[in-house]
Design a protein around this ligand. Sequence first.
Ligand code: IPM
Ligand code: MG
Length: 401
Amino acid sequence: MNNEINEAKSRFEKIMLQQLERVKMMKDEDKWIDYNALKPVIIGVCYGDGIGVEISKQAETVLKTLLKEKLESGKIEFRDIEGLTIENRAKVEKAIPEDVLEELKACHVILKGPTTTPQEGDEWPNIESANVAMRKELDLFANVRPVRIPSEGIDWCFFRENTEGEYILGSRGFNITDDLSVDFKVITEQGSERIIRMAFEYARKNGIKRVTAVTKANVVKTTDGRFSKVAKRIAGEYRQYGIKQDEWYIDIMAAKLLDPARRKDFRVIVLPNLYGDILTDEAAQLQGGVGTAGSANVGRRWAMFEAIHGSAPRMVREGRAKYADPSSMIRAAAMLLSHIGFPSYGKKLNMALDICAQQEKKVVITGRDNGATGGEFTEYILDWVNNGGLEAAWNKYMSIL
Ligand code: IPM
Ligand code: MG
């Protein structure tokens, strides 16, 4: 028994020393990248695997159409990044192969398709998720996930902490004995502060008067307790802007998202990693399914834009990949455009998506051959993007809701 405890102690020590190193790095973080000052802004595109290939291609087409002039003037450059497939990752037994990581780091922003995340017992080696690895490697600490249902007055923006919580050491837990397994949850002062501050800044800039923190601090007292305390501390700084902060436990929050009388009052929601993972799937389902939601993974130096869902290998096996909904990746593309300094393009794209998927519905995706292909849907979106009447049509749609 002593041997096992000693082995566990030495593993624990190593892990904690690395975490303290990370804290040190967060304490002297770099400045934010300035896209205005860059020429070119390099956009890396990784298709991922499964339906990722189809839907990322559609989003890439949309980006290239909207950025046509910027491409011609040399302001933007696209780079294809291959090798982030499950086949290749399994072959080298790495979440992200070394050469791919280097190519990613040479870009400024990345459009990334879904990638398969294996689990013990799958046909693949049990490697770490490529998403999780990329978020850590590029220090993409904020996972920003908007969910909007205009007809119900819902306009949520989730700020999911993206580099800590149960995820950071998700592949580093271990069995102490044949019977006892341990994983870790890590929350730091710096990691909490940067995501919570970003949520408050978003509220301030958008005139939103409420920021909701979600924890389970009554039970998970130390880590969630810290997150909760930091939220209260930062809230103090923003009281002067009339922004109020409240806190909900994750269980009741999951219930409240289903409560039509209360849910539209939430606006900005900030939460640790795993709670953010779970709650944003629920929120996206209310909006029409995870296939309709995109996300921005933002750090100071890099940013990555992706769907919030996985690679749906079953759709590929059943020959349905071309019927997959590209909306999630196109929403991610809209976030990318706004992030690199073209908010009017991002806005246009979101308007076209609202009109096509929620109002006009001339071309409908069902995920099967009784619906349109992703390519047909993308053409439909682009027709609206190029339609001079887009803004007027959108305003009209919003006014009748
Ligand atoms: C997400 C996904 C990932 C996550 C998976 C694929 C590892 O569910 O982006 O929400 O859990 O973060
Ligand atoms: Mg998820």
